[in-house]
Design a protein around this ligand. Sequence first.
Ligand code: GTP
Ligand code: MG
Length: 247
Amino acid sequence: MKIATKFESVTVLLPVINETLSLKKTIEIIEESSSVAVKEYVMIVCQKTTKESLEICRSYVVCDPRRYIIHHQKLPFLGGAIREAFDLSQGSHVIMMASDLETNPEDVVHFINHAKSNPHSIITASRWLKGGTFEGYNSLKWFFNFVFQKFFSLIYKTKLSDMTYGYRLFPTSVVQNIHWEELRHPFLFETLIKPLRLNIPVIEIPSVWKARVEGESQNTFFRNFLYFKIGLKVRFSPKARFLKQSL
Ligand SMILES: Nc1nc2c(ncn2[C@@H]2O[C@H](COP(=O)(O)OP(=O)(O)OP(=O)(O)O)[C@@H](O)[C@H]2O)c(=O)[nH]1
Ligand SMILES: [Mg+2]
């Protein structure tokens, strides 16, 4: 796999279901700090996306069709949305995030700065690092999250503190060359563990997770247990299988 040797620009992926103000605020904050570095925004929509949200997406495309792209996903769920958008990304790097403000857009500029000095690396946000935290997270989920992170950091022999937070920057070639399996939220975890097994360097930066105030989550509590399946599978599969050309 050939990985970018330089940071040139970033594609920002924004999956959208019911976000309106949160989506606008996300774009506004990123544009304020990083408009020069952002090549394009890919807003991924599906049948569940509300009319209001779609109208907002369209208004960006009308203003600047070169930098704002709407993609209608064919594969289902959040993983399906991001997988298709990975293949459309044209920047040297790509940021996977949410549009509900749970992935703090103020961090985008930090991701980019780290990517400039570490273009081969994945830069990932951690809620467990000093300086990061969970605000308004369900306490049971918080406890399970802690145990889950400890368990998987042991079996992957890594010091990473947050492997499930779907907020990270990747060299685009990394995500375009990996064969992805998950379609639902465990995909967010898969996007870290497969690169880890392929020895792609990963840098963590602290981030504050804040519960959304608009719309609702598409994830359910019990589905969180499905993360174990992909976690164990990827740990014990031959890594050559993770690359597209080996299929
Ligand atoms: N296009 C698209 N967007 C989605 C889909 N599922 C979720 N999203 C969006 O992706 C972002 C993250 O999804 P959430 O359901 O909030 O998931 P989460 O924040 O990881 O999970 P929680 O911790 O339960 O809140 C949000 O902006 C959602 O609107 C999907 O199937 N298609
Ligand atoms: Mg959310």
